[in-house]
Ligand binder design. Structure first.
Ligand code: TV7
Ligand code: CA
Ligand code: ZN
Length: 393
């Protein structure tokens, strides 16, 4: 169908499970796991599974989660009960201690199962890379970049990305982490603050007083304490509302191109949070599906083994469009698939504009005012190039 064929001498693996998609954070919570179902249905209706190795994700084990997360946090997470269940009367402060049970990180039925499947998805993807069985491994169920060693944060409980990168480090000397979610990738940045074997780069909206999580200033490049090999290995690209495809592509290629030349990573971990798209319920940017996908295409062009993760994305029909399009880029079918969404797509009624690439006017009634000046974007590029001079090569 649509001339989709397996790329020659090139393997893409797709890791997912319908089990993960059944979970609910709560009626009004912006995180909707069924956006993964919508994504899979688009990928399938375009015939893309024929061009990939498809794996059903398993749950990560306690020991696997323990590679990053503390025992006391995992023990609590695995027994934590939703509001209507009996509470742990011995330890009333634990939910506060672990940032669980608030509105951002609620306790819901099956929470531990959801978390361990998300981590299993990313770990399976990482193992396909370390065993050289995949060139690109796709884990749309992962990408939960805010979770800390002993704390949940911003809809994230288990940091599947950190776990996957730890797996990559078993065989790869240097891993480049890239994060195009509209939020700062603080959990991943912090986890690798003290090593030069991982360089982290996050592009995000930065407005500390009003936008979560408030970290990720241009000048924050990793703790500069004495003898910290991780100094200068955290790159932050703070942006304002309304950035366009053209500006984002210029920034992305200039920054990632320079980092690739200087740092020479042997593997890439790319978090593709789709809340940087125009019309996202929580996001603030004006990116179209094409501009978001161009980041994946550019990374692929570097010819380095890569995991692509999901992440944020709060307008489910646009999340599905972006991740289906990015799957087509991974298998090299992006120029072959028709932009009209196939009639037989399940839940097609969700795709109110029947194209993969809605215009800005279709995504939002009033496109957001662009508050990124060319001068500021040039300053950002200059700062990053100066940081890279401190990085050994
Ligand atoms: C990776 N923004 C995660 C992004 C995490 C963002 C936040 C909400 C939000 C939560 C809700 C809700 C919401 C409309 C939006 C300071 C607060 C303000 C909760 C109301 N509606 C990722 C986390 C961020 C929960 N948190 O990067 C239930 O918005 O700004 C905050 C913190 C305190 C808590 N309140 C928001 O994309 C996956 N939360 C509706 C119902
Ligand atoms: Ca980001
Ligand atoms: Zn986000």
């Amino acid at each position: 169908e649509y001339g989709i064929v397996r790329p020659k001498g090139y393997t893409v693996s797709y890791h997912a499970t319908p089990e993960m998609e059944k979970h609910h954070f709560g009626q009004t919570h912006p995180m909707k796991p069924w956006r993964l179902t919508l994504t899979k249905s688009l990928v399938t209706s375009y015939g893309m599974p024929f061009a990939m190795d498809n794996y059903v994700t398993r749950e990560a084990t306690y020991e696997e989660l323990n590679a990053f997360h503390s025992n006391d946090y995992l023990d609590y997470l695995s027994t934590a009960a939703p509001e209507d269940q009996p509470r742990d009367i011995e330890n009333p402060d634990k939910e506060v201690k672990y940032n669980l049970g608030g509105s951002d990180c609620p306790l819901f039925h099956g929470l531990y199962n959801y978390c361990s499947m998300s981590a299993g998805c990313s770990l399976d993807a990482a193992r396909k890379i370390t065993s050289n069985q995949s060139d690109i491994a796709i884990a749309w169920g992962g990408g939960l970049h805010h979770a800390k060693r002993y704390e949940a944060s911003g809809f994230c409980y288990i940091n599947d990305i950190v776990l996957a990168i730890l797996q990559l480090l078993r065989t790869h000397p240097r891993v480049l982490y890239i994060d195009i979610d509209v939020h700062h990738g603080d959990g991943v940045e912090e986890a690798f603050f003290s090593t030069d074997r991982v360089m982290t780069v996050s592009f995000h909206k930065y407005h500390p007083e009003t936008f979560f999580p408030g970290t990720g200033a241009l000048e924050d490049n990793g703790p500069k304490s004495e003898h910290n090999p991780g100094a200068h290995h955290a790159i932050n690209v703070p942006l304002q509302d309304g950035i366009t495809d053209e500006q984002y592509e210029t920034l992305f290629q200039s920054i990632i191109g320079a980092i690739n030349e200087r740092y020479r990573p042997s593997a890439i971990a790319l978090q593709c949070g789709a809340d940087s798209l125009a019309g996202d319920r929580l996001g603030r940017f004006n990116l179209r599906v094409q501009g978001h996908g161009a980041c994946v295409r550019y990374c692929k062009s570097l010819g380095i083994p890569m995991i692509v993760f999901g992440g944020g994305g709060y307008t489910p029909r646009n999340v599905a469009r972006a991740w289906a399009y990015e799957t087509s880029i991974a298998i090299g079918a992006d120029t072959r698939i028709p932009e009209m969404i196939p009639d037989h797509t399940p839940w097609r009624e969700h795709f109110i504009h029947d194209t993969l690439f809605p215009s800005l006017e279709q995504s939002m009634h009033e496109p957001r005012h662009n508050r990124n000046s060319e001068k500021r974007l040039r300053e950002i590029i200059t700062h990053v190039h100066e940081q890279l001079r401190f990085v050994a090569h």
